[in-house]
Design a protein around this ligand. Structure first.
Ligand code: BTN
Length: 264
């Protein structure tokens, strides 16, 4: 894979240092270990299979062969809050890549899900290591169900999909990877420069929740209401069923569902 991916890479840094392993527990763990010993920003770790892939909020992420399981080492400056924005930016990168290459209508269900035909096929996980106030590194993990049947994923509720299932054919993983890394690098550069407006526009363009009734599961409460709008890259406004305006930090969200009585 490594030699083929080079022809699909159009980034300056992301993926230029690339470690591909047959298997590991979690690429996020492996990338964090490498970052601890000085790996440069942009180092990308790719595994054909993970034995203990992690999702958000302590959930497991099943990672059989045939998927794209990767983690990127980031070394953000203190001047922006990377952890808040990175899961969404990762998700937008994936949706844009699938749509550009396969003319799909993949979209983002904040904070970090990428969905196609109403089913999740990818997710992102950002993990920060800091020393005091100083961020040491952020590992941005991305899991993309590419070339395997969704039936290989056991007991995942709601049922997920894979790109090959949704499209009816195998896809070129190098092409997806190259495109995702390019999108991500572009947005990360903007974010680092403090320019959020272009990214917010892309987030709104790829969003799947606009004008929809949602069930939002937080750590200690669930609420249902209509999505009104993004306030920032990581804050959304909801009009709940009691007509209260609720501004929610998307990083506090455990999951978002479209209830069956949704209006779309
Ligand atoms: C989620 O949707 O809950 C996030 C899923 C993130 C999965 C990816 S796969 C590569 C990287 N390594 C991990 O252990 N997790 C992320």
């Amino acid at each position: 894979m490594s030699r083929c991916i080079l022809s699909k890479l159009h980034t300056r840094r992301f993926g230029r240092s690339l470690l591909i392993v047959d298997q590991c527990l979690s690429t996020n763990t492996l990338a964090a270990q490498l970052a601890d010993t000085g790996a440069p920003e942009g180092l990308t770790v790719l595994a054909k299979k993970q034995h203990h892939g992690r999702g958000r909020h302590g959930r497991a992420w099943q990672s059989p062969e045939g998927g794209l399981w990767l983690s990127i080492v980031l070394r953000p400056l203190r001047t922006f809050s990377p952890l808040q924005c990175l899961p969404a930016i990762g998700a937008v990168s994936i949706a844009l890549a699938a749509n550009a290459i396969h003319r799909t209508k993949a979209s983002v269900r904040w904070p970090n899900d990428v969905i196609l035909n109403g089913r999740k096929f990818a997710g992102t996980l950002a993990e920060l290591k800091s020393a005091g106030q100083e961020p040491q590194h952020v590992i941005l993990g991305m899991g993309i169900n590419t070339n395997f049947p969704a039936s290989a994923l056991i007991d995942v509720i709601p049922p997920p999909t894979t790109l090959s299932d949704a499209l009816g054919h195998e896809i070129d993983e190098n092409e997806i990877l190259g495109n995702v890394l390019y999108n991500l690098e572009q947005m990360y550069q903007q974010l680092s420069a403090g320019n959020h407006s272009g990214i917010l526009k892309l987030l709104i363009e790829t969003d799947s929740t606009a004008g929809r009734r949602l069930r939002i599961n937080l750590e200690h409460e669930s609420l249902t209401g209509m999505f009104e709008r993004y306030l920032t890259l990581s804050r959304v406004r909801i009009l709940d069923d009691q007509n209260n305006q609720r501004d929610i930090d998307t990083n506090a969200v455990v999951s978002v569902e479209f209830p069956p009585d949704g209006n779309r």
